[in-house]
Write a protein that binds this ligand. Sequence first.
Ligand SMILES: Nc1ncnc2c1ncn2[C@@H]1O[C@H](COP(=O)(O)OP(=O)(O)OP(=O)(O)O)[C@@H](O)[C@H]1O
Ligand SMILES: [Mg+2]
Length: 235
Amino acid sequence: MIEPALELQEINSGYKGAMILHDLSFSVNPGESVALFGKNGMGKTTLLKTIMGYLPKRSGAVRLFGKDVTRVPTHRIANMGVSYAAQEQPLFADLSIQDNLGLGLTNESEFDARFTDIEQIFPVFKSRLKQLAGTLSGGEQKMLLVARGLMMRPSFILLDEITEGLQPSIIARIVEALKWEQQEHGTTMLIIEQNVPFALQVVDRYLVLKQGEIVASGEADSAESAETVLRHLRV
Ligand SMILES: Nc1ncnc2c1ncn2[C@@H]1O[C@H](COP(=O)(O)OP(=O)(O)OP(=O)(O)O)[C@@H](O)[C@H]1O
Ligand SMILES: [Mg+2]
């Protein structure tokens, strides 16, 4: 039997006085990409923060690549090859594009080797490595965020509403980048999105979260996938 890349078992999690996730269980297989949809406030960001160990699990278990990480601290989860692009702005505005991309890398040759791939996907950064990240446009900052995640050569990518506020041409670039990453490196992905067509293009399978529970799931490329997801997001 293949060990799932990510396995949640009856996770209960939330904040002081407010439980948000209720006995949530699902898994993502190695190399698989899954989209998680849900209306505002349904607990999507809470779920990613719980997986990453920013929020304590009240009960249940999380396993990553077969290892129990329920009580493992965030930095060790990141060291297992998990890249998390948070919904809140996590770039270092006062650092250059180059320094943002190089965070966590150990030397210049590692940077050069990996940037060879990145500059093909996002040519916009090629001649601008010294520009401060804070001076980039909103869309460019989102691209930099995706690029920074890819520079780490992660085994698992978690994305939280990466397309929020972006124009279609930039969204199309990000679709290409993520598909390239899947094909080239077989990277596993869990993608949180409001943009249903974008996410369904990138993933194999979708889940819909409502009041902290999974209420629908299916194959992304089935004829009725978009309609099913949108129906759940309407009601
Ligand atoms: N630090 C906090 N303390 C208390 N409640 C919180 C905290 N952060 C989030 N919540 C509540 O938890 C619920 C789930 O929030 P969460 O951010 O996970 O939703 P979401 O599905 O990501 O929504 P969105 O699509 O708007 O990003 C909301 O009701 C929110 O108000
Ligand atoms: Mg959120």
